[in-house]
Write a protein that binds this ligand. Structure first.
Ligand SMILES: CC(C)(COP(=O)(O)OP(=O)(O)OC[C@H]1O[C@@H](n2cnc3c(N)ncnc32)[C@H](O)[C@@H]1OP(=O)(O)O)[C@@H](O)C(=O)NCCC(=O)NCCS
Length: 179
């Protein structure tokens, strides 16, 4: 296995200091506001207990972005879970970080909020001995696909009719150890 420098894109170590927002771990008290951002920005919504269970299990990578001049205002979030599933090439089980959801409020987009959320949450999951980070994204979600490509995620397949409305998803993967 290589060093962190060999295995992580520079973006994961990027300095994201800025005047607009800061990123911190989510707390129980934030969950209703996170749910509000999700319901406004994404068609997929989840019951409260789902957020709570992600928080209980993977708080280190459940992050929120807040405004510096109004810290109670949450403008984005990211949440992950860790799954143990077969690797693509064998029946060997490996740990994968699965992106559950990421969203940034419309008025704060293209200000590197999602980049900061990704670059701070991905390393936080490494303690689970991950081999890969994986995610699904709507094939029409151009902005999100560009974001993940910037972070060196590669499309490994299409999941047909993955979403409730029948849209297909790209399955994108970032390997911790490069081949
Ligand atoms: C996708 C999303 C999270 C990106 O958040 P963001 O804070 O605007 O992203 P960033 O500012 O960190 O963007 C980083 C890079 O990603 C790419 N990118 C992000 N949004 C883009 C867009 N709409 N079009 C093209 N490229 C885009 C760009 O390369 C961008 O870098 P640049 O601004 O220097 O060109 C946000 O658009 C969003 O919340 N969308 C709705 C929810 C959603 O689709 N979530 C993903 C589900 S899989």
């Amino acid at each position: 296995m290589g060093t962190d420098r060999d295995t992580q894109p520079n973006l994961l170590n990027s300095n994201d200091s800025n005047d607009l927002f800061f990123v911190r771990e989510c707390a129980f008290e934030d969950l209703e506001l996170v749910k509000e951002v999700n319901e406004k920005e994404l068609p997929e919504d989840y019951p409260f207990f789902f957020y709570k269970s992600i928080l209980d299990n993977f708080q280190e990578a459940f992050l929120v972005a807040c405004l510096k001049d109004k810290p109670e205002k949450i403008i984005g979030y990211i949440m992950w879970r860790v799954e143990r599933t077969p690797s693509k090439h064998s029946l060997r089980l490996i740990n994968k970080g699965h992106l559950v959801s990421i969203a940034v409020s419309n008025e704060y987009r293209r200000k590197a909020v999602a980049s900061a959320l990704l670059s701070k949450s991905m390393p936080a999951l490494l303690k689970h001995q991950l081999k890969e980070y994986v995610l699904e994204v709507r094939v029409t979600n151009y902005g999100a696909i560009k974001l993940y490509e910037k972070f060196e995620y590669k499309t490994e397949g299409i999941k047909k009719k993955y979403y409730k409305d029948g849209e297909n998803a790209y399955y994108m993967v970032y390997k911790v150890e490069k081949d």
